[in-house]
Design a protein around this ligand. Structure first.
Ligand code: MLT
Length: 261
């Protein structure tokens, strides 16, 4: 089992991910929103890579059962029902709904990895569940940081390093790439206070400036849920783990091409 960390995947061709096992991390805030929405009863989350395509998918789908969510420059997209604060995705609003989600980096990173054999969504909220599942699968894994505009960001790298540190603690047979080893060092340096680390990142400071300080605390919660979001056929659902294999909860939606051509 070899673990690699990508600090962004927007520069890679989507075919690179074919057949691979991947984990996408966007701590502030897309991964935390997806984990929260599925934990609160959303039927599924449909990640898209443009606002126009989000509106198109919403128009094609059964209106009462879909809800548009996401952000541009951290703020709710005009005409969307929800922004990208995990605190908005409460059961009363999203329960049973398909959420069509556009975000600046997170949803685009997920769509970029859509050819993966296994594609999971991770953040601090579901970290231990992800680690346990990766150990059970025992497959070479690409941990993909959404990053910021195709570049490195600290919060996703520290979260990746937290996963690496936990994997390493459990299994000495795992091979880690240089980028994985570097992310673990970053995690060791910031592990005393995830909240403080998030507050001092570029994106964390922008979120606080734009009135989303309460999101920082939500995104810093460690292991607040054990749900694992799993991407299949264009939608992200909650993974139901049976004794021997992942079993997608509910009926799979029709395959939705999440990219606007
Ligand atoms: C992202 O996609 O980078 C974030 O989710 C943006 C945000 O929520 O502020």
């Amino acid at each position: 089992m070899k673990i690699n960390v990508l600090y962004s995947n927007l520069h890679l061709d989507e075919l690179y991910f074919t057949g691979k096992t991947c984990v996408v991390i966007d701590v502030l805030r897309a991964s935390t929103v997806i984990v929260t929405a599925l934990a609160n009863g959303a039927k599924e989350v449909i990640p898209v890579n443009t606002v126009d395509f989000a509106v198109k998918v919403s128009g094609d789908a059964f209106r009462s059962q879909t809800i548009l969510g996401g952000e541009r420059n951290t703020k709710k997209v005009e005409g969307f029902a929800l922004g990208n604060s995990p605190l908005e995705y409460v059961q009363e609003v999203i329960g049973g709904k398909a959420i069509i989600l556009y975000t600046t980096n997170g949803s685009r990173s997920i769509v970029k990895a859509k050819f993966a054999e296994n594609l999971f969504i991770a953040c601090f909220n579901n970290l231990d569940a992800i680690v346990k599942h990766l150990l059970m699968l025992n497959k070479d894994t690409e941990i993909i940081c959404a990053g910021t505009n195709g570049g490195f960001n600290l919060e996703d790298a520290v979260c990746a390093g937290n996963i690496i540190a936990n994997l390493d603690a459990d299994n000495k047979e795992i091979e880690f790439s240089d980028s994985a080893i570097a992310s673990r060092l970053l995690y060791k340096n910031y592990s005393k206070s995830i909240t403080r680390m998030l507050k001092n990142t570029d994106h964390g400071k922008l979120l606080i400036e734009n009135g989303f300080a309460s999101d920082i605390k939500e995104c810093a919660k460690l292991n607040s849920t054990d749900i694992i979001p799993y991407y299949i056929s264009g939608v992200i659902k909650k993974l139901e783990i049976t004794a021997d294999k992942p079993n997608i909860s509910g009926n799979n939606s029709k395959s939705i091409n999440a990219e606007e051509k």
